[in-house]
Design a protein around this ligand. Structure first.
Ligand code: UD1
Length: 341
């Protein structure tokens, strides 16, 4: 079964390509390398021992995407990762986010319709919940206004999928996966997160600080209404998250979905504070981290974590990697990067 993976050279995409291949699928990568590097392809190849067909195109480019569908002849399903993902940047460049994130989905759906490809797994995010009234969030928790243009693009993309699926001629079947916070790297340390410039996300900032690339981690606020005053998130190991895609694709191909659009939270079901993550990192690495508590970051949700029951009951999906092991893999990856300059 041939699965097109847009953004397949990116952080989550590269791990999903590996898991798909190892589960017996034929992944095909589409990536414009705007926020990923060729080295991810070498890493994938080193893990699986094979080259994955790769198209260096922008999936918002209709003509280029059509060429991929023509060349590959029969595509059984698509996993659509390709998107911009920096919350702060989305506030600076909202149009670029709407163009790219919503635009590429529209183009992809047009081309999938033309080539009668009917299975889609879409990368959504817990950001669609906004600031929730109650925790943990279930798939039925109502969405609140998004705290950033990035978050709004994910809400809009979910709406697009629902509207397209409601059309009388619709043949599309979609699984929306709402990710919580992916962290860590493949245990081989051959693929992982490659942040460009100063990292926005917590774990790469921690590992770069430990490696001496950044001087000090600033914890964004210590006065939240949480047990230790810092934000709470649900940190999921990226390989666990990648495996959720394999299960979702299989469910679509088996036509087991109970609705044309199904939505699943993909998280561990546990919340950890920023301070707990720092402490777990210190334990996993055996190092002391230089950090201080700074001001709050605009747009941060005080606390969010998943109710992961639906994914477990319906998909049979359960995370396997602890926070400690996830952070150990992130640290191993950082050290590999550092060694290679
Ligand atoms: C955000 C998005 C999420 C998106 C992800 C991708 C929201 C609500 N969430 O996650 O959908 O997939 O970005 O980039 O829009 N922190 C520090 N110091 C740092 C960095 C982070 O204290 O230097 C804290 C943050 O304030 C937050 C936690 O660590 O409490 C996690 O932050 P981060 O890794 O940036 O992810 P989110 O903002 O949760």
């Amino acid at each position: 079964m041939k699965i097109l993976v847009t953004g397949g050279a990116g952080y989550i995409g590269s791990h999903a390509v590996v898991e798909l291949y190892q589960a017996g699928y034929q992944p095909v990568i589409v990536d414009n390398f705007s926020n990923s590097e060729e080295s991810a392809l070498a890493g994938i190849e080193a893990i699986i021992g094979a080259k994955v067909p790769t198209y260096r195109i922008d999936c918002a480019d209709n003509a280029a995407l059509r060429t991929v569908f023509q060349t590959e002849e029969k595509i059984d399903g698509v996993i659509h990762f390709a998107a911009y993902k920096a919350v702060g940047e989305s506030v600076q460049k909202p149009l670029a986010y709407f163009q790219n994130n919503v635009g590429s989905l529209l183009t992809l759906l047009e081309v999938m319709t033309e080539f009668e490809v009917t299975n889609l797994v879409f990368s959504s995010s817990c950001t669609v919940y906004g600031i929730p009234d109650a925790l943990p969030v279930t798939e039925a928790t109502p969405s609140k206004p998004a705290s950033s243009p990035y978050g709004r693009t994910k809400q809009m993309c979910e709406d697009v999928v629902h509207d397209v699926s409601a059309a009388p001629t619709n043949k599309l079947h979609t699984i929306l996966l709402r990710y919580f916070n992916p962290i860590g790297a493949h245990n081989s340390a051959k693929i992982g997160e490659l942040p460009l410039g100063v990292p926005n996300n917590l774990v790469p900032y921690i590992t770069q600080t430990a490696a001496g690339i950044r001087e000090q981690l600033t914890i964004n606020g210590g006065d939240y209404d949480t047990p230790d005053g810092t934000n709470i998130r649900d940190y999921i190991h990226v390989v666990d998250l990648a495996k959720a895609h394999v299960v979702a694709v299989q469910r679509l191909l088996d036509r087991k979905a109970s609705e044309v659009v199904e939505t699943f939270n993909v998280g561990t079901g546990h919340g950890n504070s920023v301070l707990e993550v720092v402490q777990a990192f210190e334990q996993a690495s055996g190092l002391k981290l230089n950090y201080h508590i700074g001001p709050r970051r605009a747009g941060d949700v005080p606390a969010i974590y998943a109710d992961a029951t639906k994914a477990e009951q319906v998909l049979g999906f359960k995370t396997e990697t602890s926070l400690l092991d996830s952070l150990a893999s992130a640290w191993k990856w950082q050290q590999t990067l550092h060694k290679n300059g």
